[in-house]
Ligand binder design. Structure first.
Ligand SMILES: [Zn+2]
Length: 272
């Protein structure tokens, strides 16, 4: 909710809209309660506001439940000023490449660790958005692998991260919605992605009754579903140029960010 409006602003507009911490808090207040306070627990319409804290705290006049403007958002419990968060939302949305933690830490003047955490939380919100939509209709899924191509044997190398790239295809055979999912950290010695894993992908990421699903599960083979593989090649390039490569631990979040951006580009608006 906060982000979709920020994503559409130019830099000048962003600076004019959010010159201070208070303007950011006012904006959150307007998003959260457009028609005035509503207690999330009992629905009462009146609250006492405590302004001694950095962010106002609202205490329901009826049931005494306390709530703040950031509850239920990626900013919940944060010590980082709202304006720095808003600037991070703006920067993440502005380029097709996103931004890395080092760049963000310099621009909004926070530590690298804080910048990393902000981006991590924003990426979690993007992941939830991506996971809330299932692939549907005409679906293609192809095996792929992130990491250096260690190919002499079928034995999985520690720096290889096998995954499945799936997409809903439109009538022109173009992918319109993409999901990339890492496969379990388990020995993978077969020539094909095991059936149990493709079944798990279907269970979690495909609608119950799609019109068509085609899996290409053979690894180390010239790709049959070339459009999916070209999306994956683009993902690799993006991860390696913006984030200078990744290990397996956080890879899934970055894959989700890519899928989120892919969707946003297609849909012209955002679901973050
Ligand atoms: Zn209440």
């Amino acid at each position: 909710m906060v982000y979709s409006m920020i994503e559409d602003l130019s830099l000048e507009q962003f600076l004019a809209h959010f010159p201070s911490e208070k303007t950011c808090a006012d904006y959150l207040l307007q998003c959260k309660w457009p028609n005035g306070f509503v207690c999330p627990r009992c629905g009462h319409r009146h609250a006492y506001q405590t302004s001694t804290r950095r962010l106002p705290l609202f205490e329901c006049a009826h049931c005494r439940h306390q709530t703040s403007l950031t509850v239920g958002t990626v900013m919940e419990g944060t010590h980082t000023p709202l304006r720095k968060w808003f600037t991070a939302f703006f920067l993440v949305s502005q380029t097709s490449n996103g931004i890395n933690a080092l760049q963000l830490s310099r621009i909004i003047e926070v530590t690298y660790k804080t910048a990393w955490l902000l981006l991590h939380k924003i990426r979690q919100a993007m992941s939830e958005s991506v996971d809330s939509v299932l692939l549907s209709g005409f679906i293609h899924v192809n095996a792929a692998c992130y990491g250096r191509p260690y190919n002499p044997t079928l034995q999985k190398h520690p720096k290889e991260h096998p995954l499945l790239v799936g997409a809903s295809m439109n009538a022109e055979d173009e992918p319109v919605y993409v999901k990339m999912k890492q496969l379990p950290h388990a020995p993978l010695q077969q020539k094909y992605v095991p059936r149990a894993w493709t079944e798990a992908f279907t269970r979690h990421h495909v609608e119950p009754d799609p019109s068509h699903v085609e899996f290409v599960t053979e690894r180390f083979k010239s790709p049959k579903l070339k459009k999916l593989i070209s999306i994956f090649v683009e993902t690799n390039r993006w991860i390696n140029s913006t984030f200078h490569g990744l290990g397996g631990r956080h890879l899934q979040g970055y894959l989700n960010e890519f899928c989120y951006r892919f969707k946003s580009k297609k849909a012209e608006h955002s679901y973050l």
